[in-house]
Design a protein around this ligand. Structure first.
Ligand code: SF4
Ligand code: SF4
Length: 681
């Protein structure tokens, strides 16, 4: 076993206030540690990670010429980096640290057994001291940080992050798979309900119900930002584009983007729509959830940014070998371009932000609620489009079965949320509020509409939201009924809907008739999230959203250095929260790239080239893509990219030639701990 000669180990025990010290007898651990061979000093501190605690640690290291350090404190996930930075400031190599977790592994799990918890803490410290004597210094490599950023997703979060970074001077590539920016927020445009001719509707209304709780117009809110982004000299917008490959590491990611053809020259198209008037192909408009029709050449919705037409490759007659030039002839700007082709664009960026957002849950699986089966069962997203003055029904809510204005409407909450049977136990956070917003909007136009909301419980959290809930009930007279509907049955003649529910406050089963039922559907990860996560080697949480590195302390970082997440890609959230997270992600990127050069941690694995037999097992098995083949004079050998390696040790145990070693988990280090653990007192 390779031991440091003349090792002088310093043991620093953190009481973590009462967190550790109320169970573990820290003074006892300190005395015990001071007797261990090789230990030069052993001290306790109330809060070792506080500025005072860190300063004391540095002073003691310098005063006693300590060569390696054992910190007995909380989980290394939280404290390891702090203490590595600190011993480096004290003049030690940052690798000369071992953390013994005496909080999560002692005081927390053995809270009712203080004696045993203390004995376990002593053993962990003894093992740590033994290992600390085998530690060797190592230097991390310098990584040059490219000053360009990739933002994936052009919804509110992606746009905000891109704009902030561009303002800070970074070149940003904003990749969006749709033909326009703005994501879901842009489709919940507004409810400008004024002067339309709906029967029984009061004249001259002018209300806006785009977002809650302020009820301001989402279009008016997001449009200026989209315009800023579209005209920003530092932002390269790639619409109709998808990331196909990403390799590399923090500071130097190589990205392949596939840009699909628009078949309309963006520079020439003025959005006049003359082409669509003459196009003979009629299709359901997916951007209006099938509530309107569009042509093969179309603009997704009236307020789309950019206001440019796009040709649907599958629907266009000419692109499918038939004779048609209607749009070409109608366009005086010669914008239709059938020579447009798919392009592969290669980018090199220093950091990536994933902002792929959400999509509304498709409630087909809820067959008992009759979606797709009954005309008058719609989702809230369809209702949002109806309530848009520029939408498919001009701002009027109608029954799809007969176009009549419904007099009795039921909203059903939590469709696709809080339902473990479909692996969606999570709350979508915004559905309670968007139901309130839309119920208020309907009542403004048609005050005589009866609205009932079926709910499990109301989660109205956030500034002004509880008040918003009370306004919905008290000022607008919306009825709230606690209970989850068990079944919806259609009256075949009238197409009315009978909602059968257990009303839990009344403790009885009721059946009530409605003209229209609106399903308040959940937010689910956008299509392709899992594939993108695999490509980027990111973890996803059980609900399928991108997993952040630490829920509280690293909410926008991911398991991969240099890759950040924001908005609904990380989990359901409202617009203000998405904006705040987007700004946080932009700030993290700016802080990272501002250094220009970063030092990678030296906790990585390395390969003894002479021993490598080139089998490639490590390449397949590494979760971070760190090993790559290189051609040497003695054949193909593997090399580990230090900036990618996290030192997890997976390849070390898999290598049949025992050619790989993890610097922080060498055999010497592991056996030294085992030996100490088994040693008799
Ligand atoms: S070529 Fe014909 S079918 Fe195709 S988009 Fe133009 S008008 Fe429509
Ligand atoms: S697993 Fe080992 S022997 Fe095989 S390629 Fe990787 S380092 Fe070489």
């Amino acid at each position: 076993m390779n031991l440091q000669t003349g090792a002088k180990v310093g043991v620093f025990i953190c009481k973590c206030g009462a967190n550790i010290n109320s169970v573990v007898d820290c003074e006892n651990v300190k005395s015990y540690a001071s007797q261990l061979p090789g230990v030069t000093l052993s001290i306790c501190n109330d809060y070792l990670c506080s500025p005072d605690g860190l300063m004391q640690m540095r002073e003691e290291i310098r005063k006693s010429n300590i060569t390696s350090v054992v910190v007995a404190a909380c989980t290394p996930r939280i404290c390891e980096k702090i203490f590595r930075d600190n011993i480096e400031k004290a003049g030690l190599n940052r690798n000369m640290l071992h953390v013994a977790n005496i909080r999560e592994q002692c005081s927390w799990v053995h809270a009712n057994e203080p004696f045993k918890a203390t004995e376990k803490a002593k053993n962990l410290v003894k093992m740590g001291v033994s290992r600390a004597k085998t530690l060797v210094p190592a230097e991390g490599v310098d990584v040059e940080l490219k000053q360009e950023v990739l933002v994936i997703g052009g919804g509110v979060a992606g746009v905000e992050a891109a704009y902030k970074l561009a303002e800070l001077g970074f070149k940003v590539h904003l990749v969006e798979k749709k033909p326009m920016l703005g994501g879901n927020m842009a489709t919940m445009f507004t409810c400008l309900l004024w002067c339309h001719e709906a029967p029984g509707k009061p004249q001259s209304l002018n209300f806006r119900f785009g977002t809650f709780p302020a009820c301001d117009c989402s279009g008016c809110t997001i449009m200026p930002k989209l315009n800023d982004v579209i005209t920003h000299p530092n932002i390269n917008i790639l619409l109709l584009s998808e990331v196909k490959e990403i390799i590399g590491h923090v500071g130097n990611f190589k990205v392949k983007v596939l840009k699909k053809p628009r078949f309309v020259d963006e520079k020439k198209c003025v959005g006049c729509g003359n082409c669509a008037v003459v196009c003979p192909v009629v299709k359901k408009n997916e951007y209006d959830y099938g509530l309107s029709e569009r042509k093969a050449i179309f603009m997704p919705y009236q307020q789309a940014i950019p206001r440019k037409y796009v040709i649907d490759k599958e629907a266009c007659l000419r692109l499918n070998g038939q004779e048609c030039s209607a749009c070409v002839e109608a366009c005086e700007f010669e914008a239709p371009n059938f020579e447009d082709r798919e392009q592969e664009i290669n980018l090199e960026v220093g950091a990536i932000i994933v902002a792929t957002g959400f999509e509304p849950y498709k409630p087909r699986i809820h067959g008992y609620l009759g979606y797709h089966e009954y005309d008058n069962v719609i989702t809230i997203m369809e209702l949002e489009r109806m309530l848009d003055k520029a939408g498919p029904t001009g701002g009027i809510v109608i029954r799809p079965s007969d176009g009549k204005i419904p007099k009795k409407i039921a909203f059903i909450q939590c469709v696709g949320s809080r339902n473990r049977k479909i692996n969606a136990g999570y709350c979508s956070k915004v559905c309670c509020m968007y139901t309130m917003k839309n119920a208020q909007a309907i009542k403004e136009v048609h005050p005589d509409t009866d609205i009932t909301v079926y709910y499990i419980d109301i989660r109205a959290v956030g500034k002004g939201v509880e008040e918003f809930f009370h306004r919905t009930r008290e000022d607008y007279g919306v009825e709230y009924t606690r209970g989850r509907p068990a079944r919806i049955i259609e009256d075949k003649e009238t197409k009315n809907l009978i909602v059968r529910a257990e009303e839990t406050l009344l403790n009885k089963i009721t059946e009530r008739m409605y003209d229209l039922v609106v399903l308040s559907v959940s937010l689910v990860p956008s299509e392709g999230t899992q594939e993108l996560a695999s490509m980027l080697r990111l973890r996803t949480s059980p609900d399928g959203f991108i997993q952040e590195a630490h829920t509280r302390m690293k909410p926008v970082e991911t398991s991969m250095e240099g890759i950040f997440v924001c908005g609904c890609a990380q989990g359901p959230k409202d617009v203000p929260e998405s904006m705040a997270q987007a700004r946080a992600a932009a700030l993290e990127v700016a802080v990272l790239l501002s250094k220009k050069v970063a030092k990678a941690e030296s906790l990585n694995a390395f390969i003894e080239t002479d021993k490598c037999i080139g089998c490639g097992l490590c390449v397949d098995i590494c979760p971070y893509g760190a090993p790559t083949p290189v051609l040497t004079e003695s054949g193909v050998k593997m090399k580990i990219t230090e900036a990618l390696c996290k030192g997890c040790g997976t390849c070390v145990v898999s290598c049949p030639a025992k050619a790989i070693h993890a610097r922080q988990f060498t055999d010497d280090q592991i056996f030294s701990e085992i030996k100490a653990a088994l040693e008799a007192e």
